[in-house]
Ligand binder design. Structure first.
Ligand SMILES: Cc1ncc(COP(=O)(O)O)c(C=O)c1O
Length: 391
């Protein structure tokens, strides 16, 4: 490997929310953080080089992207997902969560029902509730250690609540599913049948494990494309979350214009200059780095799988198909939520994402971010094993 993902880079004292805010967020100072979804790796060298050049230039005035920016996006989605995007579809926003909240406001009225599939990335719920929309849940089914969609309930909920909008998480955070083309087809067909617009959050699209292929929702058919908002970003893939850049593709002119109006109403215009530069440099020059990173993550997952089998037989790994987040089932320990929290935080001294953050369906689970040097992961799982086996 050209890139050394084993290197431990000290992140304390960098204003990192993962490393510098334990006390503020109610955790003991000495917990090892494997929670929020950013990585403990430096980004691709092409990004750092481009940013250094911009820093040295020293002028950070208002900026916009030129055609080169779109062209790198075009090439990326064509090469990686066989999806050909068009320039007018692109709406840039300072993050996917901002985009989702904006779309909720633009396409629904107060009191309208918005559907999600819990356990799911918690800002989906916040975007619905904070905007006074009605949250409707089509809970995923957990069976034999794996998750799937309850399609019957999906349609029932749409009809019962007159759902207007569905927020799809694809690949799914936290359960790690990479939805198959067939599953997406069923979802998309039901949504068209019942006039439900789909926000497809595909921020984790670049992280699939061997044997799994991500399908962009809008690439399935023109009907799906014209009924959806496809949210993408380089932020998970290249570890750029702090630069706040995301690329939202909206093919339907009417939907796009409502969303653009809502963005205007919020007073937002251009992206941060550093975000624009980083995004273009990442997609243009970060491909090899990403290939190596994915191999490293695959090995991290292999380590976790083997460790759990050997040392944590009561903890179940929900086998991820994508994302660098893993979902651990502690149900067999029969602990209350407070006892599980104590075990993780006080005994194992770990800062993970507690399952119930993702909805009640997450009871008894913990989400672990494995995008860190192997030695950190080994330390974390060693601490976990000592705590669990002492129960
Ligand atoms: C599914 C999903 N969507 C969105 C985000 C965050 O997006 P952004 O930082 O662009 O708002 C995350 C971060 O973990 C995520 O997992």
């Amino acid at each position: 490997m050209k890139h050394n993902f084993d290197e431990i880079i000290n992140r304390t004292g960098t204003n990192s929310i993962k490393y510098d805010f334990a006390i503020e967020r109610g955790k003991p100072e000495d917990t090892l953080p494997l929670w929020v979804a950013d990585m403990d790796f430096q980004t691709a060298p092409s990004v750092t080089e481009a940013l250094m050049k911009a820093v040295q230039h020293g002028i950070f005035g208002y900026s916009e992207s030129k055609s080169g920016y779109f062209n790198t996006l075009y090439e990326w989605f064509k090469d990686h997902f066989d999806w050909r995007v068009e320039p007018e579809w692109l709406v840039k926003t300072p993050g996917v969560v901002y985009a989702i909240a904006t779309v909720v406001r633009a396409l629904t009225q107060e009191g309208d029902a918005v559907l999600i599939q819990r356990p799911v990335y918690y800002p989906f719920s916040e975007a619905i509730i904070a905007n006074n929309r009605k949250l409707v849940n089509n809970a995923l089914i957990y069976e034999n250690g794996a998750y799937h969609i309850d399609f019957e309930d999906f349609e029932d909920k749409i009809l019962k609540h007159k759902v207007k909008l569905f927020i799809l998480c694809s690949p799914h955070n936290p359960v790690g599913r990479v939805w198959t083309r067939e599953e997406l087809n069923r979802i998309g067909t039901l949504c068209i049948k019942h006039h439900v617009i789909v926000i497809s959050d595909e921020i984790h699209a670049d992280f699939t494990y061997q044997g799994h292929k991500h399908t962009i929702f809008g690439s399935i058919s023109d009907d799906f494309l014209n009924n959806s908002i496809i949210c993408t970003a380089p932020s998970k893939t290249f570890n750029l979350a702090g630069l706040q850049v995301s690329n939202i593709f909206i093919a339907d002119k009417g939907i796009r214009s409502k969303i653009r109006d809502e963005i205007r109403r919020s007073g937002y215009s251009q992206l941060n200059i550093m975000g624009l530069i980083a995004c273009q440099a990442a997609y243009a020059g970060g491909g090899l780095w990403l290939e190596e990173l994915k191999r490293y993550l695959e090995d991290n997952l292999g380590f976790v799988r083997a460790f759990i089998t050997k040392h944590l037989p009561k903890v179940k790994l929900v086998e991820p198909q994508g994302t660098y987040l893993i979902w651990l089932d502690f149900g067999a320990l029969n602990l209350t939520e407070d006892e599980l929290d104590d075990l993780i935080v006080k005994k194992a001294k770990l800062w993970l994402d507690h399952g119930t953050m993702f909805g009640n369906e997450g009871r008894g689970f913990q989400r672990v971010n494995i995008a860190c040097p192997r030695s950190i992961l080994e330390k974390a799982f060693h601490q976990l094993a000592v705590a669990v086996n002492d129960e």
